[in-house]
Design a protein around this ligand. Structure first.
Ligand code: 13P
Length: 258
C-alpha cells in the first residue's frame, strides 16, 4: 500500500488548519483503504486537526519530536504528548531541521529510537544538497544519513519505518527530481536497507519521494516501482492538489498489481 503524507510545515492558522483538515477528509477519506494518508500540521494545531480528522482513517502526524522523554527541555514536545493526541507517525530528520535548525545525525538517530520505542511510526527523511549532488556525493550522503538515522534500530522495528528521499535542491524550489533521478536514489537506499537488514525488509519498506511534488508530477513518479508514495509540502496545503496526488498513488498501486 502506498503512503502519501502532507507536511504543512509552519503554515496555516487555527481556522485554516481545521478547514484544510475538513477538506482533506472530504477528498481523501475514500482512498484510505488503498493508500495510507497522513497530515503533519504544526504542533499547536495537532489536537484540533486530530479532532477534525475524526475516525475517517487519515493519520495524524507530527513534524518533529524531542528525543528525551520528559523534564526540563523548554519548548520541546515529547512522544508521550504526541501519543496523548493520537498522533500515529512522526517526521524525523527533515532537511529543514538538518540544515536550518542544525540537527545532527546523532540527534536524529535518538529521535528515531524514541519514536519507535513509543510504538509510533517514523518517517526518516534523507536527501543531498545541490552542492553535494554536483560534487558527485549523492549516493554517499543519502546512504550515510540512512545508516546514521537507523543506527540501533532492530529488524522488528523496521515495519514502523518509512524513508522519505527529499533532495534539498528540490524542496520548495519548484524543481522536482525527475522519476529517473528519484528512482535511482531509491534503488540505492533500498539496497542499503537490504545490506543492513535483509531482503524482506528492503522489499517491504516504503520509500517516499518528496520535493516540489505537484499533482501533475505525481503519476510519473508513482509509476516507478521504486517509489511507494510521496511526502508533499506546498501542494498539501491545497486539498484538490493533495487529493489528486493521493489518487495518483492509488492508481499507480493498482496498475502495479495488474
Ligand atoms: P515541497 O513539496 O514544498 O517542495 O516540500 C517538500 C517537503 O519538504 C515535504 O516534507
Amino acid at each position: 500500500m502506498p503512503f502519501v503524507g502532507g507536511n504543512w510545515k509552519m503554515n496555516t492558522d487555527l481556522a485554516s488548519s481545521v478547514e484544510l483538515a475538513d477538506d482533506i477528509v472530504a477528498g481523501c477519506a475514500a482512498f484510505v483503504d488503498r493508500c495510507d494518508v497522513a497530515v503533519f500540521p504544526p504542533f499547536p494545531y495537532l489536537q484540533v486537526v486530530g479532532r477534525t480528522l475524526g475516525h475517517h482513517g487519515i493519520l495524524l502526524g507530527a513534524q518533529d519530536v524531542c528525543h528525551m522523554p520528559a523534564g526540563a527541555y523548554t519548548g520541546e514536545v515529547s512522544v508521550d504528548m504526541l501519543l496523548d493526541l493520537n498522533v500515529k507517525v512522526v517526521l524525523v530528520g527533515h532537511s529543514e531541521r538538518r540544515h536550518v535548525i542544525g540537527e545532527t545525525d546523532d540527534l536524529i538517530n535518538a529521535k528515531v529510537l524514541a519514536v519507535l520505542d513509543a510504538g509510533l511510526d517514523v518517517v526518516l527523511c534523507v536527501g543531498e544538497t545541490l552542492e553535494q549532488r554536483e560534487s558527485g556525493r549523492t549516493k554517499e550522503v543519502n546512504v550515510h544519513q540512512l545508516m546514521a538515522g537507523l543506527r540501533a534500530v532492530t529488524p522488528d522495528s523496521m515495519e514502523q519505518v518509512t524513508i522519505a528521499y527529499e533532495p534539498v535542491w528540490a524542496i520548495g524550489t519548484g524543481r522536482t527530481a525527475g522519476p529517473d533521478q528519484a528512482a535511482e536514489v531509491h534503488r540505492v537506499l533500498r539496497a542499503s536497507i537490504g545490506d543492513l537488514y535483509d531482503d524482506d525488509i528492503s522489499e517491504s519498506i516504503r520509500l517516499q519521494y518528496g520535493g516540489s511534488v505537484k499533482a501533475k508530477d505525481a503519476a510519473g513518479l508513482f509509476a516507478r516501482p521504486e517509489i511507494d508514495g510521496g511526502l508533499i509540502g506546498g501542494a498539501s496545503l491545497d486539498p484538490e492538489q493533495f487529493k489528486a496526488i493521493v489518487a495518483a498513488a492509488v492508481d499507480a498501486a493498482s496498475q502495479e498489481q495488474e
